[in-house]
Design a protein around this ligand. Sequence first.
Ligand SMILES: Cc1cc2nc3c(=O)[nH]c(=O)nc-3n(C[C@H](O)[C@H](O)[C@H](O)COP(=O)(O)OP(=O)(O)OC[C@H]3O[C@@H](n4cnc5c(N)ncnc54)[C@H](O)[C@@H]3O)c2cc1C
Length: 593
Amino acid sequence: SFHSANVIRAVEQVKEEYDYVIAGGGTAGLTVGDRLSADGKYSVLVIEYGIFGGVLAGMDPSREFVIPSIPQAGLNNRSIPVVVGKLVGGSSGINGLQFFRGTKEEYDLWAQVGGNGSTWDWNGMLPYFKRGIHFVPPLEYLAKDFNISWDMNAWGQDNDTRVFAGYPNYLQPELKLFYEGMVKMPGIEIPKDGNAGTDGLYFYPTTMDPASYSRSYSRTGHWDGINRSNYELLISSKVTRIVFDGNRAKGLSFVPINGNSSQITTVRARKEVIIAAGAIHTPQILQLSGIGPTSVLLAANISQMVDLPGVGTNFQDHGYIRGPQFVWGAQPPVPVVNTSGDPKTGLTANLGAIIGLPVITPEKVESLAQAFENQDPAQYLPKDAHPHIVAGYKAQKDAFAKIFRSKNTAWMWLILGGTPSFGPAHQHPMSRGTVYIDPKDPSGEPIVDYRAFSNPIDVATMIEMIRFTRKYMASETFAAYKPKEGQPGASVESDAQLENWIRRQYIPSVYHPVGTAAKMPRELGGVVDEELLVYGVQGLSVVDASIMPIIPGCPTTMTTYAIAEKVSFQTPFNGVKANHQQAAEYIKKRTQG
Ligand SMILES: Cc1cc2nc3c(=O)[nH]c(=O)nc-3n(C[C@H](O)[C@H](O)[C@H](O)COP(=O)(O)OP(=O)(O)OC[C@H]3O[C@@H](n4cnc5c(N)ncnc54)[C@H](O)[C@@H]3O)c2cc1C
């Protein structure tokens, strides 16, 4: 079928050399592969670990890496499964389809820690959000019934952008009750469009092809139906390391997943080697290739090529907790709507309160901000943290201090799903973890340490998210329905009681790992520069979620697409179709020198 054109299943079909060789056919990898091969001038090979398989319902180990984290001291020594995609399309092929971006302030933080003149801020990203996503507005009756508005200044609709943001043709009427209750909470804003730079309460789109109401992901957007002879995809193959000629990256080595794992093949890249294996495996490939922290490479007996302490460091994810959960004492009536449509088109929840600390806790925001500001930057990092890492965390801390008190920084994401059960997500943990190769088995799965709650500010802010959720349920809108708290139970009330419960229940991952090859200056622990080229070598870049220096307050797919688009084009974009001539010139510039 056309889906399989140019999919390589046998290593003999791989050519010796391509212009670009990409490790990882996931969200970013296929986006870059598509864009670089678009005008036919350059040949591209993508090497993907996983299978070329359709998407199944639910979680499925044949399409996922599931790696147990090391036991988390801050979570009563629980180990947390680290889950990332392992198929063509990567995590975009298995994710929860929630699709929105962070606020202007959050991307502006990236530039603040990004060095002089950094273009990785909201204004620098917006063209690529537009370029990367094809927006389809909701149906009129839904927009009316549920008060959904949008701002086309924040969206693109390019014909050759086939990653879609869309809405189902049905929404549960019960959502109206939860919406109306939230509107009345003090400080809640209703943005015209939550994707236009501000947060609040809104219905966001989902990653959905609006023609078929099915998952839209990097495979359907950047591979299926393209069929270019200069764009090839090798599946079921694991990249093991980068091959160098002096300090210039010259290619990738890989082994088959099925069959003889000692059968190493090397493929050369004329122009650039691109690592796009995601925030868990990109640092592993770099470390296996001698690029990383000295102590990590020494322990694994790998000779160092570049001393980059940031590789695998600065690891971040969102976290969440199941609860508080309530039961109704009296069932609320179902709100009246004019909506028709098919409930099955709603592939996922898409209403959220995405709010800042002054809204979550007007009473405590000031004291929390001060407590954070007064921390010593090295205090909660690992004891032996490299001075560059400490400097980078200090820069992040200084930037954050400004926005702790801002309404427009998404500290909490509270999904409203039509029942009184909640799973508040912490969108700005200040703890920083690590992803390092296992010294006993460097090419086995890496050792992942979330270091959850290593910074105590994260527990303190989580406590207030629980309290906000309770305040919401205790508000007048719900009074007649007598909500009664099941989990954790109303008696869990003091800071100490809540902290105790949180440490037992918190999950330090919403499957949004980022930050392990950050785009920051080298002296701040950065791994890649403004153009996402790895410091200290030539011809090597990282293009995936690893490069985010600070996790934005949103699920991470849309941002990952924008990163891949930005680095592929870097052309000014004013709602006009990106110009392939300019793109080609940019790419030429990138590959000289
Ligand atoms: C279960 C789950 C639910 C999520 N829910 C949401 C959501 O609702 N909304 C949202 O916006 N985001 C969500 N995310 C996060 C989002 O999907 C990711 O942030 C994003 O897709 C990351 O893109 P990436 O390109 O960095 O990595 P990926 O898309 O993960 O791509 C990495 C690719 O590299 C491959 N690979 C790894 N190691 C090697 C190797 N050695 N050799 C060759 N290939 C290799 C992998 O198989 C994979 O295909 C979710 C993620 C998961 C896992």
